[in-house]
Design a protein around this ligand. Sequence first.
Ligand code: ADP
Ligand code: MG
Length: 716
Amino acid sequence: MSRIRQHNVLAAQWAPDGTSLGAPDLTVPDNQIFGQNVFSAAVQRQRLPKDVYKKLSQTLAKGEALDTSLADSVALAMKEWAMEKGATHYAHVFQPLTGLTAEKHDSFYAPTDEGTALASFSGKELIQAEPDASSFPTGGIRATFEARGYTAWDPTSPAFILENPNGALLCIPTAFVSWTGEALDGKIPLLRSMDALSKSATRALKLFGKGVDRVFTTVGPEQEYFLIDEQYYFERPDLLTTGRTLFGAKPPKGHELDDHYFGSIPERVLAFMLESERELAKLGIPIKTRHNEVAPAQYEIAPIFENSNVGSDHQQLTMQILQNVARKYGLVALLHEKPFAGVNGSGKHNNWSMGTDEGENLLEPGSTPGENLQFLFFCTAVIQAVNKHQGLLRASIASPGQDHRLGANEAPPAIISIFLGAELEKVFGAIEQGEAAHSTPESFLGLGTPVLPPLPLHGGDRNRTSPFAFTGNKFEFRALGSSMSLALPNTVLNTIVAEAIDYLAEELETALASGRSLEDALRPIIQRSYAGNKQVVFGGDGYSEEWHAEAQRRGLLNLRATPDALPYLISDDTITAFSNYGVLSERELHARYDVFLEQYITKLNIEAETTADIARTMLLPAAVRYKAELLMAEEPELASDLGELITDFVEVIRALEQVNLKESQPEDDTLKHARFMHDSVFAAMSEVRRVADALEKVVADDLWPLPKYSEILFIK
Ligand code: ADP
Ligand code: MG
């Protein structure tokens, strides 16, 4: 049976009314499900003793230390709430350095002497647990025999219930720390960096006459992903093992026609989206938009922004829910950065801003940005931070999957630059020249017919090629990979911007002390900072050859591959900024550097072995069989052409197997080893792929053992 027919049989199991694969319960109206599985502030207010609730919410609003005596009351209320919702177990959920989410489930029930079981959950169990830390990467912070690590309750990210057809689980967001107090996760540094930024920004805001208690950083991620039929997934050992296809010739139709982008969403896919969004709504995750992306079978989902910590936890959950729900529809959600060569990869746009506890967005320019001193101050700080720490920002988003996007001719380039938009660039240009405030009056775009309303015209067009763009009232860091956690890039952003804010605030304090007006004091400071950092500002096409040459002239970094970028995690500038702000110590930074290098090496090694294995045991036999068929059919010329390809194939497979041998690799130095994986092992894999893809185009379709791109990407 052909693969396409098989596919139709399978897809038919999903009936459009959802009856065959466990339909969601649509009887509960949408407005009642939002947050229904969250131990939210509202639930807490209802269920906690008044004084406990008051103390807890004050702690959270001010970012103060938690009074641990509250924990017993909270634990009791949480347990009762969770059990009413059918939970039998609880789990401390944390984010180890693998970037994935980890959880260990414990039952609420403990056996009694009388042979029954009693449910219990104490404050101690809420606050702390001790998973066996030895199985998580620590980058040498502890030896394996010192296995102690603790998870610690994060009361600033609400607990929630994960449902399963056979029960429910209370999930408690936690931080993960070593016995020696070092951060082993993504959450601790993120929280530390939010504190750092809050301190710097509140200090600066005083100079603008504003007394606020706290400034929060905010994040709204736009997540891209592919959805493919699960049958193809299971037929591709490369997808199964590595998350991407290691083989696959370019299909005759890619995204040249651009007919998928924002196109109408196929029914099965929409059904999947509706159910995912419902599940996310139950968890209090405010999903706002969904649409088709540029590549065939590629989609996007984006929530309304939240504070960085909650937004980051919610993003982890979003990835998990997308993957779980897809399976109910006979689909697989691929989060890998580059599942298909020659087809656009998937990224994650990290929209980032800062807001006061009173709800003021510090990056809101208003209608006359040139006169908005406070906005200009914070915007200048971001430009300065990004320019100074380009390498670190690039390092914060490095991974093997990213090597296929950044640095390849794709969105976005590996060179970090900022797009400000025409209007803001003019504003800063004017300040730099010492000219008066510049602002363009608001203008409208007429649509040529009175029945359509005039549209307000934005101060600048969009620029889709910039890795770091100002988009109205926030910066959009677009270089994140689709599978990544938000924690590290946001930790970096918060910390480096905190540093720049303090730098500028200090200058401003000094200037104000000499009796100048705010405006007179600030303009020369912005002027100096902008002049010194504007090399990072670029409004043109980030993919173009000219930009690469221009960026080099400007002295901007162009860190193409992960091993080029990671050393910036431990550069002097990074260590200084991160230790000054208490975000990560030198040791904690080194730990991350080591772990990320190790992961890079391991992942490439797995890809190399999978490539060699598939090539030898699936593709080579297919080619050889086809050659025999050609000979039988008395087609000696075709057989001889194929024979040449087969000879090449065997040669490149051998070469790959050779470089991927342990003995061939410089194992004594991890950085060298990572470079070797990139320069030699990855290069050898690409050679195997090159010949395999040529074979795919000549071997008989019924003999070719892997589903082709044309099937995987276009059958929905
Ligand atoms: P795009 O034009 O980039 O496709 P969308 O409107 O689809 O924009 O998504 C914008 C994203 O930016 C959303 O996730 C949204 O929550 C987020 N966002 C908006 N304002 C802020 C802010 N102040 N801080 C952080 N993220 C924000
Ligand atoms: Mg965007």
